[in-house]
Design a protein around this ligand. Structure first.
Ligand code: GYE
Length: 345
């Protein structure tokens, strides 16, 4: 009995991890509905424990449309829903927390929606709506970004280990600044209060400290090229004593690259640059020789998230965190061109 339950559980995890590994370069994988366990715990839905994707109506609260990563993430949800046969209600929070909370309340009230999926703009501010969703019998799945606490009020978080992404960036910056007389690094940070902004900074400082790197400047640039450029320009007016720039996403690093060029510095040579996301734009910048390293953050999360949403609708228990599989890519990789050609985003 215990043995077969464990097998079913491991099967669900295997499906989710597999879809994560394959998704970076291929079309979203259509995953099979999870197998029902022998003693299912009935979910709130009338069809549980035998709900199928056709029964699933997902209310998805997206952050907004702030860049390449987000566009790929949104496309993953919009493309995969019709492939699986589920109904998607998509809400664009326009990077406004109040709008995202209002959208959450709308989905609680919407009689058609039976599972709520959210990419939280910030790590706090969710207690009340999570309690209201629980009272309404609507399971909640977190996609892409975690929140602080209240694990008992959502089914699962599917997304990256942002601290580990930061650690990877710190480790690579150490390697590039080896032997450098000074190791001053500037950090372009994501929107204040967002999990990737907080965690990537934590992870970067952890490994960067091991080789004596000092983060001498750090400021939000809200994931944007324009603000990434403006912030870097302002810093360059103060000093050019910088050996590395850590852009918490590709777009902010692109802005820094432009600012360095206009200041007469050579990006990726005079100043080493590392970004996070590994979007197509980052591969182009590496092929152009202006970006040294990009740490992947996988946006193609929809197959895993929808599989988890269906499992939740059927009242099955899920691991609280399902991390996505990710790599690191280098300007110096001899196969960079063919790697770039094979990527979906
Ligand atoms: O790194 C950034 C986007 O939440 C992981 O949000 C995501 C981040 C991603 O704006 O480009």
């Amino acid at each position: 009995m215990f043995h077969s339950k464990k097998l079913v559980f491991l099967f669900i995890i295997a499906v989710m991890v597999l879809s994560a590994c394959q998704s970076a370069t291929e079309a979203p994988v259509v995953t099979e509905a999870p197998v029902v366990t022998e003693e299912p715990v009935a979910g709130g839905a009338a069809c549980a424990p035998n709900c199928t994707y056709e029964d699933l109506v997902v209310g998805f609260l997206q952050t907004g449309s702030e860049g390449g990563w987000r566009a790929a993430n949104t496309a993953s949800f919009k493309e995969t829903a019709p492939q699986l046969g589920l109904t998607l209600k998509f809400y664009d929070s326009q990077n406004d927390l109040a709008k995202q909370v209002a959208g959450f309340q709308q989905f609680i009230q919407d009689p058609e929606v039976n599972v709520i999926v959210m990419s939280p703009l910030e790590v706090t501010g969710w207690e009340q709506v999570l309690r209201d969703a629980a009272a309404a019998g609507k399971p909640v799945i977190l996609s892409d970004r975690r929140i602080d606490g209240f694990e008992d009020l959502y089914e699962s978080f599917i997304g990256a280990d942002f601290v580990e992404e930061g650690r990877k960036a710190g480790t690579e910056m150490c390697k590039m600044l080896e032997g450098s007389a000074s190791k001053n690094v500037w950090e372009l940070v994501g929107n204040v209060g967002a999990a990737p902004a907080i965690d990537r900074g934590t992870g970067f400082r952890e490994t960067a400290a091991e080789c004596g790197i000092t983060v001498t400047k750090s400021q939000t640039a809200n994931w944007s090229v324009v603000e990434g450029k403006q912030v870097t320009e302002a810093w360059l007016k103060e000093t050019q004593d910088v050996q590395g720039i850590f852009g918490q996403n590709d777009e902010m690093a692109f802005g820094a690259i432009e600012a360095l060029k206009e200041a007469g510095l050579v990006p990726a040579e005079d100043v080493k640059i590392i970004s996070v996301d590994a979007t197509a734009g980052a591969f182009q910048a590496m092929l152009d020789g202006t970006l040294n390293v990009t740490v992947e953050c996988n946006p193609l999360l929809a197959p895993q998230v929808y599989a988890a949403a269906l499992a939740a609708l059927n009242g099955e228990s899920l691991p609280k965190w399902i991390p996505s599989e990710e790599s690191v890519f280098f300007m110096t990789d001899p196969n960079l061109e063919s790697i770039a050609a094979g990527r979906k985003y």
